[in-house]
Design a protein. Structure first.
Lengths: 112, 113
């Protein structure tokens, strides 16, 4: 069964810093990997999706990379802002199924 | 842009009652997914449908059932509710079957008393 791990579990940074969130997974037979943002008690907002054949995806201040062979993905956030404060989840989809397997998330706090 | 719609947004039930959650996918999306997120937990996959047929099944209790209708909306039926069923239930949809980004709805918060 796919195990998805996110480190660190929580992170606090001052506004303006660049930061990296890490995601690792045990089964490299993934179809794609998706990064989400979740605000407390709210739904999941899709940030980026990386297909297994891709190395990275960018959207605005966000850049996600994927190294499938080593079972790792990173989410890079440039010039962080207080509005970026949320929990960030990564999730993998296997080659054979429809389900997303989620990590437990990194809770990010960006202080003014 | 249109998003996934879930109703109701909040639901309070007693133990042993039944509940029905509804999901309306983004227009032209053909695949619907249901996830359960307990307090402080990551979302757990329950079940999915592609073109009105069950496409994948996860940790869905036998007390729960779901289906996708001809207009692509989906319903999750939950019977004999237990305290442990209290959670956020998310529906997601995607186009092009399993290849596309999953877009999540705002969730239904179910509280079982």
């Amino acid at each position: 069964k796919q195990e998805v791990t996110q480190i660190p579990a929580a992170l606090s940074v001052p506004e303006g810093e660049n930061l990296v969130l890490n995601c690792s997974f045990t089964d490299s037979a993934i179809y794609n990997l998706q990064w989400f943002r979740q605000d407390p008690g709210k739904g999941l907002t899709s940030l980026l999706l990386i297909q297994s054949s891709q190395r990275e995806q960018t959207s605005g201040r966000l850049n996600a990379s994927l190294d499938k062979s080593s079972g790792r993905s990173t989410l890079y956030i440039a010039a962080s802002q207080p509005g970026d404060s949320a929990t960030y989840l990564c999730a993998t989809r296997s080659n054979s199924g429809y389900a997303l397997n989620f990590g437990k998330g990194t809770s990010l706090l960006v202080t003014p | 842009a249109a998003g996934v719609i879930q109703s109701p947004r909040h639901l309070i039930k007693e133990k042993r009652e039944t509940a029905t959650l509804k999901c309306y996918p983004i227009p032209r999306h053909d695949t619907v997914y249901w996830y359960q997120q307990g307090p402080g937990q990551d979302p757990q996959f329950l079940i999915s449908f592609y073109e009105k047929m069950q496409s994948d099944k996860g940790s869905i209790p036998d007390r729960f059932s779901a289906q996708q209708f001809s207009d692509y909306h989906s319903e999750l039926n939950m019977s004999s509710l237990e305290l442990g069923d209290s959670a956020l239930y998310f529906c997601a949809s995607s186009g092009q079957g399993r290849t596309d980004t999953q877009y999540f709805g705002p969730g239904t918060r179910l509280t079982v008393l």
